[in-house]
Ligand binder design. Structure first.
Ligand code: SAM
Length: 291
């Protein structure tokens, strides 16, 4: 058998053979360390029965390891130039399906129905392009896909924001959005040296376990997320201040104070001190008053 794709030597060979030039605009930083990939796969909870969805296979470094450890891999790649390369590098595996599509445009539900068994546990794994990490993750979460977990290599600071706890610098509306759908944990940090070319940022692997039901009850999800975002609008200002600005056209100061009092939340607090339950209670209070 050939050497693994995820080594500096083999990766250079492949890039040279196809005279491939990286597109920075597509966030192309390929992994060249097999041990890191095996580690990620092990911690992601993948086994021989698992179905896997990969976003952005590149030249197949991670895809190959997934094909070895899982039952089936379906990978979305946007860059047409990589299709013939993948056909070549992954020719020894018969359990991989490459789909040439922008993941943001893809109907992943349909793809899952077409390629996986009904009861098969499916995991999402990706070394994501940095420039659109958050839109991709939020799309995959909001689609409410029947997947067990998402394990993604992303920029370290973004991973920390998604897994943050209240009263920390990283805690914000992104934290709430991600943790509403999942239990989030930073699995490991990854040095720049395992990528080709090396990115200008540090990376971490974020592990997200899908929740069966949301951790809090909200009357209207869109309303809830918008309100949370508004509360963090100006981080250093008080809750009351951000709410007054957000509800400028709807409620005066007095009625905002009344609502906060009714749910027993001190308006002089800052958003970063509120937990998800408090945000939910607040959103429901304002939402119900709106009706
Ligand atoms: N998985 C490979 C690895 O680990 O070596 C490549 C990872 S590289 C960071 C990101 C990959 O995502 C690239 O192959 C890029 O072309 C692809 N990509 C970028 N934007 C995409 C999109 N919107 N939909 C699907 N793939 C995309």
């Amino acid at each position: 058998p050939k050497k693994h794709i995820a080594t500096p030597i083999r990766t250079k060979e492949i890039l040279n053979k196809y005279v491939f030039s990286f597109k920075k605009s597509l966030g192309q930083n390929f992994l060249v360390d097999v041990n890191i990939l095996k580690n990620i796969i092990k911690h992601a909870g993948i086994d021989r029965k698992s179905g896997v969805i990969e976003v952005g296979p590149g030249i197949g470094a991670l895809t190959e390891q997934l094909a070895i450890h899982a039952d089936k891999v379906v990978a979305f790649e946007i860059d047409q130039r990589l299709l013939p390369i993948l056909q070549d590098t992954l020719e020894d595996y018969n359990n991989i399906q490459i789909i040439h599509e922008d993941i943001l445009e893809a109907n992943v539900h349909e793809v899952m129905e077409a390629h996986f068994e009904t009861e098969q546990p499916v995991h999402i794994i990706a070394n994501l392009p940095y420039y659109i990490t958050t839109p991709i993750l939020m799309k995959l979460l909001k689609d409410k896909l029947p997947v067990s977990s998402l394990t993604v290599m992303i920029q370290k600071e973004v991973a920390e924001r998604m897994a943050a706890k209240p009263n920390t610098k990283s805690y914000g509306s992104l934290t709430i959005a991600v943790q509403y759908y999942t239990q989030a944990e930073v699995m490991m940090s990854v040095p720049r040296s395992v990528f080709m070319p090396q990115p200008n940022v540090d990376s971490s692997v974020l592990h997200l376990v899908k929740r069966d039901v949301p951790p809090v009850h909200v009357e209207d999800e869109a309303y809830f997320f918008a309100l949370v975002q508004a509360c963090f609008g100006q981080r250093r200002k008080t809750l009351r201040n951000n709410l007054t600005r957000y509800f400028e056209e709807t409620y005066d100061k007095e009625s905002i104070n009344q609502k906060l009092e009714r749910i027993d939340i001190d308006g002089t607090r800052r958003a970063e001190s509120l937990n998800m339950q408090e945000f939910a209670t607040m959103a429901n209070e304002f939402y119900n008053a709106d009706k």
